[in-house]
Design a protein around this ligand. Structure first.
Ligand SMILES: [Zn+2]
Length: 267
């Protein structure tokens, strides 16, 4: 079948080196790539470059942060309009037909085989790469940091938060980060602009909650990180605050013993 013959270039880009840091950075929506055969999904480059296609600015933030923290960043490089890597396979918004008013021609009437081809080429290899990284760290303190950005206004409603921390089963590290960011004079979203859930999210439930690893999901407002200066500013801020938050966490809570593929969320 033609759909299975689609040529998918590698979906993962890894930046930074592990210098002993507890942090592992992951970025589900860091790129705009589309397999050549999909003809840009039938959208203009301008549409694909909107917030519907990727998390604007988070690539620059993540790469600078990985350098400053001396840790690894695992980026998923395909447009989230090809497949959303923060959704479970088969989720209704895994491969969207319409996003923020834009119809995605290449996503209409997909066959099961076409969906599975995208999952096998992008979703599963990306998450397998994260699993591999976490498995290699068994026995070491490990914190999963999921990096995202959000559009400043949605459905004509302006969003006041400069940054948001999302959490669900284990809010401990998120709450510490919320306090530290608020102390910088920022308006911080607590489960805003979205709440993290087991059904609307995939990366943190799978790699943080299910493994029992401390984690944070950070959303930065896109207008603040569109340009390199803002990306650098936010990377510098997070590079200061994440180690501080982790130190406060370790002073308050026992650091979980990190074992391979823990099945139960214990918090
Ligand atoms: Zn995102």
């Amino acid at each position: 079948m033609a759909a299975l013959e689609t040529d998918f270039p590698p979906c993962v880009a890894v930046f930074g080196t592990d210098g002993g840091s507890p942090f592992v950075l992951v970025s589900d929506h860091a790129g705009q790539a589309v397999p050549p055969e999909m003809d840009g999904l039938g959208l203009s480059a301008a549409e694909r470059a909107r917030h519907i296609g990727w998390d604007i600015g988070i690539d620059g933030v993540g790469r600078a942060l990985s350098r400053k923290l001396h840790c690894v960043l695992i980026e998923q490089v395909y447009s989230r309009l090809v497949i959303d890597c923060n959704r479970a396979p088969g989720h209704p918004t895994s491969i969207v037909t319409v996003s923020d008013g834009t119809r995605v021609p290449a996503n209409q009437d997909l066959t099961a085989a076409q969906r599975v081809a995208r999952e096998n080429a992008i979703l599963h290899p990306y998450h397998d790469r994260i699993t591999q990284e976490l498995d290699a760290r068994v026995g070491r303190p490990t914190v999963v940091v999921a990096l995202h950005s959000f559009t400043p206004s949605m459905k004509a409603v302006a969003r006041p938060w400069q940054v948001g921390l999302l959490h669900n089963r284990d809010p401990r590290l998120a709450h510490i980060m919320i306090d530290l960011l608020a102390q910088e004079g920022l308006t911080v979203g607590d489960n805003q602009p979205y709440a993290l859930t087991e059904t609307s999210d995939y990366t943190i439930p799978k790699h943080g909650e299910q493994r029992g690893l401390p984690h944070v999901e950070i959303e930065i407002r896109q207008d603040l990180i569109t340009q390199p200066e803002g990306q650098e500013e936010w990377a510098e801020r997070l590079a200061r605050l994440l180690p501080k938050a982790w130190a406060l966490f370790c002073a308050q809570y026992p650091v979980p013993h990190h074992t391979a593929q823990m099945q139960d969320a214990t918090v």
